[in-house]
Design a protein around this ligand. Structure first.
Ligand SMILES: Cc1cc2nc3c(=O)[nH]c(=O)nc-3n(C[C@H](O)[C@H](O)[C@H](O)COP(=O)(O)OP(=O)(O)OC[C@H]3O[C@@H](n4cnc5c(N)ncnc54)[C@H](O)[C@@H]3O)c2cc1C
Ligand SMILES: NC(=O)c1ccc[n+]([C@@H]2O[C@H](COP(=O)([O-])OP(=O)(O)OC[C@H]3O[C@@H](n4cnc5c(N)ncnc54)[C@H](OP(=O)(O)O)[C@@H]3O)[C@@H](O)[C@H]2O)c1
Length: 222
């Protein structure tokens, strides 16, 4: 056993706000699981959290400070894109807004495979829509129809409105899959800047870089 390096820690977004749940930290974890040489292999940490943690007792954890934070001014429009487990920090954001009574513009893009089985936190999201904590919710359930629909398709359908939100100073947050989703969402935002703002490809690239420099484009992707 000594020849094995210690397990590396795994990061999970905090999916709750202490303003609403003072002594709790909620996580939203997807158990990584795949077939390898005829055997089903689970991810070490997500498999443990999903199947064994409850019978194990206290689990050691530490906290890493995140750059993912709501803008100071509650009137600043917030655009959140969190398909799959990427929803986690946005649930925390929305709990925080609920607890503080913040009703400024907030738009959430959420995607998963099916509405019936994978609409995470559906009831909470709908309640936040009703009470104005959340202004808009656009969902993309990829496997509910023959052709896949992803969050960036919803962004494309709403490009004009989205561009107005940016003109009003919106901050955009993207969380979840790094390899495919975040890359495609980034490309969609640049396309929006071209189609709605009349920017060239190079200008759209500069626009998104300048958003990031101003702290208005933040990503927590993995
Ligand atoms: C900032 C950040 C925030 C995150 N937030 C969340 C979150 O809120 N929710 C969430 O669910 N996840 C989140 N993650 C991902 C999380 O940290 C883990 O990466 C994820 O749970 C997988 O860890 P695991 O130990 O279960 O899988 P691992 O055991 O690390 O396995 C990962 C993959 O590698 C493969 N693999 C591992 N070892 C081998 C090997 N020897 N040979 C071949 N293949 C191998 C496995 O089959 C699997 O596909 C976040 C990551 C980051 C960086
Ligand atoms: N590399 C991979 O092949 C792979 C696969 C699964 C999970 N993961 C990893 O597992 C972890 C947890 O995943 P998760 O539960 O958060 O869900 P996820 O795998 O990110 O899926 C969430 C939703 O995003 C959709 N999606 C797939 N490709 C997309 C794209 N290019 N743009 C936008 N949306 C896209 C999925 O659709 P469809 O699934 O219907 O396409 C699904 O509806 C993440 O770390 C993720 O990176 C990786």
């Amino acid at each position: 056993m000594k020849s094995l390096p210690p397990l590396k820690r795994r990061l999970y977004s905090i999916a709750s706000s202490q303003a609403l749940h003072k002594d709790e930290v909620h996580l939203c974890v997807s158990v990584v699981s795949r077939e390898l040489r005829g055997r089903r292999r689970r991810g070490v940490a997500s498999g443990f959290l999903g199947f064994d943690a409850l019978s194990y007792g206290p689990v050691e954890a530490s906290i890493q400070t995140s750059h993912f934070r709501l803008p100071e001014d509650p009137r600043t429009p917030v655009i959140m894109c969190g398909p799959g487990t990427g929803i986690a920090p946005f649930r925390a954001f929305l709990q925080e807004r609920e607890a503080r009574g913040v009703k400024g513009p907030a738009w959430l893009f959420f995607g998963e495979q099916t509405a019936e089985h994978d609409f995470l936190f559906r009831d909470e999201m709908q309640a936040w829509l009703s009470d104005g904590t959340l202004t808009r919710l656009d969902t993309a359930f990829s496997r509910d129809q023959a052709t896949k629909i992803y969050v960036q398709d919803r962004m494309r359908e709403n490009a004009a409105e989205l561009w107005r939100w940016f003109a009003d100073g919106a901050h955009v947050f993207v969380c979840g899959d790094a390899t495919r989703m975040a890359r495609d969402v980034d490309a969609t935002l640049r396309q929006m800047a071209a189609s709605e703002g009349g920017l060239t490809e190079a200008q759209a690239k500069d626009w998104i870089a300048s958003l990031a420099r101003q702290g208005r484009y933040k990503r927590d992707i993995y």
